[in-house]
Design a protein. Structure first.
Length: 202
């Protein structure tokens, strides 16, 4: 190897070492590893499968595929969605939206797991409950001991909508540190889930 080539190779190797030692590289790598851990955690909890490379492969979008075929986005943050965490403490399902926008529905992962096995809720009952929300009800019953609580705000759900829109995800599964997992979906998927018709994607 010529001296000039050797010097260039040495500089490249030195630059690579410096890059790997940089705070940005270490932070990004740590964040990437945390994301993979969270995706594996969700897949294990729900009996689904983690998508390789977090959905970066063509034809395999999103992070985790659930047993019912739903494609989900998994997000874990140090904090966030405190309002939603407070809402789900008092209801089985929370319906929330910005003024004039479609409803979004949220619940705990524990409740979601229970409803994956539900087959006896009728579509008409779900439609009636959602219609009651549209008429302005603050709380409506789907079935005995099963309630949806409604909340409306002027703004604040942009990030949730963007996450759900990512690669046409069927559901968003979110976790803030030291809090429970939350499952969030749009109205179509909520109707599908609550009525027990989970065999196919909408």
């Amino acid at each position: 190897m010529f001296p000039a080539d050797a010097e260039r190779a040495r500089k490249r190797a030195e630059a690579k070492r410096e890059h790997k030692a940089s705070e940005a590289y270490v932070t990004g790598r740590r964040s990437n590893q945390k994301g993979k851990r969270r995706e594996r955690e969700v897949a294990k909890l729900l009996g689904g499968e983690r998508v390789p490379l977090s959905g970066a492969l063509e034809g395999h979008p999103n992070d985790v595929i659930l047993p019912n075929g739903w494609r989900t986005e998994v997000k874990a943050r140090r904090s966030g969605l405190a309002f939603l965490y407070s809402w789900v403490e008092n209801a089985d399902v929370v319906a929330f939206r910005e003024s004039g926008r479609p409803w979004l529905f949220g619940m705990t992962l524990q409740r979601f797991k229970l409803w994956l096995d539900v087959a006896d809720l009728r579509r008409q009952a779900v439609a009636a409950a959602i219609a009651a929300l549209e008429r302005g009800a603050d709380r409506t019953q789907i079935a005995k001991n099963l309630a949806i609580e409604a909340h409306e705000r002027k703004s604040g759900f942009k990030a949730i909508r963007q996450w759900l829109a990512a690669e046409n995800a069927d559901a968003l599964i979110f976790k803030a540190d030291r809090r429970d997992w939350l499952v969030i979906m749009d109205e179509k998927h909520s109707r599908n889930l609550l009525s027990g018709t989970l065999a196919t994607r909408i």
